[in-house]
Design a protein around this ligand. Structure first.
Ligand SMILES: [Zn+2]
Length: 89
């Protein structure tokens, strides 16, 4: 998660071109797992790194701070795996 208050429109990691888009992020905060979706971002077309404006970064911080009081859009479940479930070859 990167802020985008920058002069150029190139990715810091791979120098790929950035384009306006929408993305989601997963966060773990003090044992809570949360997903934020519909985040406007500048997204690298080459490696997929997302850059967020100061406004969106602030909104994410606010969601994190208020995560116990806000009503989530919905809940999702995720499958859990371990190496014991597959062969070692
Ligand atoms: Zn990149």
């Amino acid at each position: 998660m990167r802020r985008t208050d920058r002069a150029n429109d190139l990715c810091d990691f791979c120098s790929g071109a950035l384009h306006e888009g929408v993305t989601e992020i997963e966060l773990r905060v003090e044992g809570d797992w949360l997903i934020c979706e519909n985040l406007p971002a500048q997204i690298c077309q080459q490696c997929g790194e997302a850059y967020f404006s100061a406004k969106v970064t602030h909104q994410i911080d606010e969601i994190i701070a208020k995560r116990k009081e806000l009503k989530p859009l919905r809940y999702e479940t995720a499958p859990v795996f371990s190496p014991a479930l597959v062969s070692s070859q």
